[in-house]
Design a protein around this ligand. Structure first.
Ligand code: MRU
Length: 366
C-alpha cells in the first residue's frame, strides 16, 4: 500500500541484498521510521518489542530472521538455535511457528554453505505468497461488504459501516492486510465504506495503526473507544464486523486481540454478521479447542502508561494509574466458532466449523 503516495511493503530486502528492512510500527502514527535488521537478534527484537506485529508479518519476519541467522552462521547448531530463539518471542500467533518449521524443514537437509541462499529465497516467497493470499482474502470479502451496502442503500443510507478491532490491515501483514483487505477492495471499487475503528487498548493498534493506514488510503474511518461498539450496534450503526485472528483452530475458534470476544457477543446479540479474515497459515490444524491456544501475557507498563503527542508536538509517555496498582495484561482472547458468521480465507468464505474448514483445505484433513 502507499505511504504519502509511495508504495511500501512492511518488510523488504535491503539494497545490499542481505540485510532486511522493516517499518518500525512502535513509532506510528507519530513518525514513519524504517529499521535495518542485520542479525537473528535484530529480528527477534523486532518481533518481541513489536516493531513488527500482526500474525502474518510476525511469520514473514521470522522467515527473514532464519535467513539472517544462516547468513551469520549456517551450522546445524545455529539453525536449531535460531528457530528456538524466534519461537520464544511471542507465543500466540501460529504463523511464527509455521514459518520457523517451514524454513527448518527446507534448510536442515542442505549443506551449510547452501543454507543462506535458500533461506533468503524462501523468505521472499513467503512474503510474496502473503501478498497474494491477502489480496485474495480481499476479493472474497468484498462481496460481503457490497451485499451489506446494497441492503443499506435500499434503506436510503449513504454509507455502509464495518467495525474492526486491533490492526489487521497491511501493517499486520506484508501488504493488503486480512480484515482490511475487503475494505480496501470495496473502497477502490467505489463502495462508500466507512470503518468504526476500536482504539484497542492497551497498545492502541486501532487508534494508531488502523486509523493511520486507512487515512493514508483515503478510507473514511472513525476511532471509537473499545466500549462503544455494543452501543453503536444497538443503534443500527454497524452493518458488519470484520476482524483478524492470530490463530484459528481446525474447529473454527478464533484467537485475536483482547476484546474481540466481547465484540462478537455484542454482534450476536444484535444479529450483526461477525466475520474473521485469515490466511491459511493462521490455522492451527493441531488444535481443536480455542481454550488450548497459549495466550500471551504482556508487561504491566502497556496498561499503566500511555504514549501520545503533546500540543507542542513532543512525543511523551505518561502514567495513568496510581503508583503500585496491580495489573493484568492478557493480550488475546478466544471467540468460539458459534459466534463467528464466517471465515474469510484466500480460498473463499468458510463456515466456522471443522466441516467448513475441511471443505476449503481438504489436503490438511485427509
Ligand atoms: O499484538 P498484535 O498487534 O500483534 O496483535 C495483532 C492482532 O491481534 C491482529 O488482529 C491479528 O494478528 C491478525 S493480523 C492480520
Amino acid at each position: 500500500m502507499k505511504v504519502d503516495g509511495k508504495p511500501f511493503r512492511t518488510i523488504w530486502p535491503a539494497d545490499d541484498g542481505w540485510a532486511v528492512e522493516i517499518i518500525d510500527q512502535t513509532k506510528l502514527p507519530f513518525a514513519f521510521v524504517t529499521v535495518r535488521m542485520e542479525s537473528l537478534g535484530d529480528a527477534a527484537h523486532a518481533i518481541r518489542d513489536m516493531e513488527v506485529r500482526g500474525a502474518p508479518l510476525i511469520g514473514a519476519t521470522a522467515a527473514y530472521g532464519m535467513a539472517l541467522a544462516m547468513h551469520g552462521d549456517p551450522s546445524d547448531e545455529n539453525l536449531k538455535g535460531a528457530g528456538e530463539a524466534l519461537i520464544q518471542t511471542r507465543p500466540t500467533a501460529v504463523n511464527l511457528r509455521w514459518a520457523v518449521d517451514d524454513l527448518t524443514a527446507l534448510l536442515s537437509p542442505l549443506s551449510p554453505n547452501a543454507r543462506a541462499g535458500a533461506a533468503y529465497k524462501r523468505a521472499q516467497e513467503i512474503c510474496d505468497e502473503d501478498v497474494e493470499i491477502c489480496s485474495a482474502i480481499g476479493d472474497h470479502g468484498k462481496p460481503l461488504i457490497e451485499a451489506a451496502w446494497n441492503k443499506r442503500q435500499q434503506q436510503g443510507a449513504d454509507r455502509v459501516s464495518v467495525l474492526t478491532h486491533c490492526n489487521a490491515g497491511w501493517l499486520a501483514t506484508v501488504d493488503w492486510g486480512t480484515a482490511l483487505a475487503p475494505i480496501y477492495k470495496a473502497h477502490d471499487a467505489g463502495i462508500p465504506v466507512h470503518v468504526w475503528v476500536d482504539e484497542t487498548r492497551p497498545r492502541n493498534q486501532g487508534a494508531s495503526l488502523t486509523a493511520w493506514e486507512l487515512g493514508q488510503h483515503g478510507v473514511p474511518a472513525t476511532v471509537i473507544v473499545d466500549n462503544a461498539g455494543g452501543h453503536l450496534m444497538q443503534q443500527g450503526e454497524v452493518d458488519l464486523c470484520i476482524t483478524g485472528t492470530d490463530r484459528t483452530t481446525r474447529a473454527g475458534d478464533v484467537c485475536n486481540k483482547i476484546g474481540t470476544y466481547l465484540k462478537a457477543l455484542a454482534a450476536d446479540d444484535n444479529n450483526i454478521p461477525f466475520y474473521v479474515a485469515l490466511p491459511g497459515p493462521t490455522i492451527d490444524w493441531t488444535l481443536e479447542a480455542g481454550s488450548d491456544i497459549p495466550i500471551e501475557e504482556r508487561g504491566s507498563e502497556e496498561v499503566v502508561r500511555i504514549t501520545g503527542t503533546t500540543s507542542k508536538g513532543n512525543i511523551e509517555t505518561v502514567t495513568i494509574t496510581p503508583e503500585g496498582t496491580a495489573v493484568a495484561n492478557p493480550a488475546f482472547d478466544v471467540t468460539p466458532a458459534r459466534l463467528v458468521t464466517g471465515l474469510i480465507t484466500e480460498r473463499g468464505v468458510a463456515e466456522a466449523s471443522k466441516e467448513g474448514l475441511a471443505r476449503l483445505y481438504p489436503e490438511k484433513t485427509s
